[in-house]
Design a protein around this ligand. Structure first.
Ligand SMILES: [Zn+2]
Length: 370
């Protein structure tokens, strides 16, 4: 991971680089801010930069022996603590956990907790950083430096350490020479105060639309129209944007208009046809379409209370919003949001999507015709 491959976030990149270049980097850092702001990727870029033996002042070289290892996430002086399955019977060994983690991290340095838990287990949504993992941090720092410039530990989703974090206090208070501990957390209120007070905290904002647009248009130069739509749905969250890029290139706005139309007309033959079309999409595309619809409806609800310039919809969406407001009361819009939320929940649990969307269309017909 290089700083250059992360869109925007220039201020924080400069701060981290300047501290590293001037050897003013503290022993403990906490990178925080909302989901999808690139905090893990920034930690990866920083730690790779620190270990690189021919860095140029603004990024790692990418080709020295240290960089070859950081590229593959196998540098012996960069270690990770990541959440495990909370159940003691089902949790993985640290080796299993790390082998899975390396694979996922190489594929997507913007990975978020939900994706990680989904990979670990399909059953429970509970994850934590367990005692065994915390003890391994202490053991790790008892070993001397192997080959890097610093001995580094990245604790991802540090808020999931809960009370076990107390075990780290001494380490953070009196760190060994050349140690660097980077905590990454979205919700710092769940981290004990004694740890927080010993970290230098970096609050990282969401990505700006402009930064994401530049980044994505380099990856998908031919998809101008959909790029805007995807960025607007992402709301500064790069992990959301990556998911949207990976689903089929469906114009969600057009699909939503079609859905509203067939539901309004209420002809079962057309509804059936639409349900088949929906069913043919991949599960992830179905989910992203419903999330898009949910966000659209929420913006319509907001438009009753807020000025138009505060509504995050583009021009063609705004045009249909006015039509929709003539047909649906706020109560009906809220009912619809609940219905879509239920559908998202069911899709995640592998519901039969054809039947699900057919039933929802009939309910939609009911509210549109009221
Ligand atoms: Zn290098």
């Amino acid at each position: 991971m290089t700083f250059n491959s992360i869109p925007g976030q220039e201020k924080i990149k400069q701060e981290l680089l300047s501290m590293t270049n001037n050897e003013r980097l503290p022993h403990a850092l906490l990178l925080t801010g909302p989901k999808g702001n690139g905090k893990l990727a920034l930690a990866l870029a920083l730690t790779s930069y620190i270990q690189c033996s021919s860095k140029n002042g603004i990024d790692k070289c990418g080709i020295c022996p240290a960089c070859k290892k950081t590229n593959k996430i196998i540098h012996p002086d960069i270690n990770f603590i990541v959440p495990n399955i909370a159940s003691e019977q089902k949790c993985l060994s640290i080796q299993e956990l790390m082998s899975e983690w390396r694979k996922l991290l190489i594929a997507n340095p913007f990975i978020e907790l939900d994706d990680w838990i989904e990979k670990l287990t399909s059953e429970s949504k509970q994850a934590n950083i367990n005692k065994e993992s915390i003890i391994s941090v202490i053991d790790y720092f008892n070993l001397s430096l192997f080959e890097g410039n610093k001995k580094i530990m990245i604790i991802w989703n540090a808020e999931l350490m809960a009370a076990e974090a107390n075990r780290l206090l001494k380490l953070i208070e009196e760190p060994p020479q050349d140690a660097l501990i980077i905590l990454i957390a979205e919700d710092t209120s769940k981290i004990i105060k004694t740890i927080l007070s010993r970290c230098q905290i970096f609050r990282i904002p969401p990505f700006s639309d402009g930064d994401l647009e530049k980044w994505i248009s380099e990856k998908m130069p031919e998809e101008k129209k959909l790029v805007r739509q995807m960025i607007s749905i992402s709301e500064g969250d790069i992990s959301k944007l990556i998911k949207l890029m990976n689903v089929e290139q469906t114009d969600f706005f057009e699909l939503l208009m079609k859905w509203l139309n067939v539901s309004y007309q209420g002809l079962s033959e057309n509804i059936f046809q639409f349900s088949e079309e929906f069913h043919r999409l991949t599960k992830e595309t179905q989910k992203q379409f419903l999330l898009y619809t949910l966000r659209f409806m929420e913006q319509v609800i907001k438009s009753y209370y807020l000025d138009t310039d505060k509504i995050r919809l583009n021009q063609r969406e705004l045009n249909s919003m006015e039509k929709l407001k003539n047909m649906l009361s706020i109560d009906n819009l809220i009912f619809l949001c609940e219905e879509i939320n239920k559908n998202i929940y069911n899709i995640e649990r592998n519901a039969f999507s054809k039947l699900m969307i057919f039933e929802s269309s009939l309910k939609l017909n009911n509210v549109l015709r009221k």
